[in-house]
Write a protein that binds this ligand. Structure first.
Ligand code: S3P
Length: 472
């Protein structure tokens, strides 16, 4: 039912760009004002990708997994609730410290309720993978943003492993997963560079006899592979002329582990760019994950002239971590190669803000995937930057930003369409512009960066509610 191929994204609810009056009262508008230097040291919230995976693998392990530094943002809390719905125990002990008691691979229980993943594409797609090879039926839904996102990319390979997935037209949530009674291993070449699709297949492969292989033409973040190894699963990675082949051997026994989740480089990106742009700044971001498949933004900012130092590099559960010290420098526009997109896929909104302040033109290519994120981020950035006086050209998968070489005009009113990263990127734009920038809704920021406003303001930003704004 509608899971054969990927259609264009749906626009529904507030995604149409016009607010529905009935929802207006629930919006949480914010304004950021032009700011001087930022200074200080901060730890941004923990990595969202690693947090989802730690709860899921903890729920599959036999015994106790202790997670330190779990991201307690909306998206990850939905995954924790889903794992409880599937019979695992996931309890919060203290700030960021969680204990998970798993049910063993193949041991998840049929959930009595619909699993609501909120805004979380990673939560939904990885979970569909997990469920696909369990003998159970589960129903999944999410918010208006997630219900508009394509699921055929995971449904197609998982159906090849024996699962049945019954979805709305266009293979969208709500959908039902009827897990395979006798899963079959597959070798699957990813048609789009997607760590979520790769991970969904590898997680399905855990309860599948034999070897499950994913081939990636462009390597994507490898947090699933690193964590599977950390849990004792045999993972083989071969780099061939065809791309990167990742193979796991199914039906292992995995025991509980200790996991220390580093800070999220995708969240660090917002204070990092603000400090790189604001003269006189000196900011250190502590304990940030610097997995090579996540640091395309740092590489690009350095090419633009930014001064970013990685200090005290170390490793936790196979994940490299460092403190990032950033000081401002004049930035110049660059061409960002399409091949770098998987290593900075979530960072284009904030890179576009840096590009708007740089001198010269920045060309970003290979951005088709941005159209199917929490919102159509390519359109959101192009429209929002124009509303702030920046000259932009957008194509089906390109964004060209003509930098002002100084503070852009600002002054725009931005429609965020339930997209946390659009919200944060434009709040940073308001800090580095001549005039304040307003966003219609800051509530989605909590999905990935709880405490964003407080942290940025402690570093020197001026972000707050609009006068007379309705509180959430
Ligand atoms: C993620 C993978 C990326 C990224 C998302 C998190 C993950 O999505 O945009 O925020 O944790 O695997 P895609 O796999 O769709 O590229």
């Amino acid at each position: 039912m509608g899971c054969a191929r990927e259609p264009p994204r749906l626009s529904g609810g507030r995604r149409s760009g016009r607010r529905q009056p009935a929802l207006e009262a629930y919006l949480h508008p914010l304004r950021s004002r032009p700011t001087g230097a930022l200074s200080g040291s901060a730890r941004v919230p923990s990595d969202k990708s690693i947090s989802h995976r730690s709860l899921m693998l903890g729920a599959l392990a036999v015994g106790e997994t202790v997670i330190e530094g779990l991201l307690e943002g909306e998206d990850v809390l939905r995954t924790a609730a889903a794992m409880r719905g599937l019979g695992a125990t996931a309890e919060r002990q203290a700030d960021g410290v969680w204990r998970v008691h798993g049910r063993g691979i193949g041991g998840l229980r049929e959930p009595a309720e619909v699993l609501d993943l909120g805004n979380a594409g990673t939560g939904a797609r990885l979970l569909i993978g997990l469920l696909a090879t369990h003998r159970l039926t589960a129903f999944l839904t999410g918010d208006a943003s997630l219900r508009g996102r394509p699921m055929a990319r995971v449904a197609t390979p998982l159906q090849g492993m024996g699962a049945r997935i019954v979805a709305r037209d266009g293979c969208r949530l709500p959908l039902a997963v009827i897990g395979a009674a006798e899963p079959v291993p597959i070798e699957y070449r990813l048609p789009v560079a997607s760590a979520q699709v790769k991970s969904a297949i590898l997680l399905a492969g855990l309860n599948t006899p034999g070897e499950t292989t994913v081939i990636e033409p462009e390597p994507t973040r490898d947090h699933t592979e690193l964590m599977l190894r950390h849990f004792g699963v045999e993972v083989r990675v071969d780099v061939t002329k065809d791309g990167r082949r990742t193979t796991i051997v199914g039906q292992p026994e995995i025991g509980g582990r200790h996991i220390d989740v580093p800070a999220d480089p995708s969240s660090a990106a917002f204070p990092l760019v603000a400090a790189a742009l604001l003269p006189g700044s000196d900011v250190t971001l502590q304990h940030v994950g610097i997995n090579p498949h996540r640091i395309g933004l740092i590489e690009t900012l350095r090419e633009m002239g930014a001064d970013i130092a990685c200090e005290g590099q170390r490793e936790h559960a196979g994940e490299p971590v460092a403190n990032l010290r950033v000081r401002p420098h004049r930035l110049v526009g660059v061409e960002v190669p399409a091949a770098r997109a998987p290593a900075m896929i979530d960072e284009y909104p904030i890179l576009a803000v840096a590009a708007a302040c740089a001198s010269g033109t920045t060309v970003m290519r290979g951005l088709a995937e941005l159209r199917v994120k929490e919102s159509d981020r390519l359109a959101a950035m192009a429209n929002g930057l124009r509303a702030c006086g920046v000259s932009v050209e957008d194509g089906p998968d390109t964004l060209v930003v003509h930098g002002t070489g100084d503070r852009p005009r600002g002054g725009g009113q931005i429609v965020t369409n339930l997209d946390h990263r659009i919200a944060m990127a434009f709040l940073v734009l308001g800090m580095v512009a001549e005039r304040p920038v307003e966003i219609d809704d800051g509530a989605p920021i909590d999905t990935s960066f709880p405490g964003f406003v407080g942290l940025m303001n402690r570093l020197g930003a001026e972000i707050g509610p609009l006068d007379g704004a309705a509180a959430r």
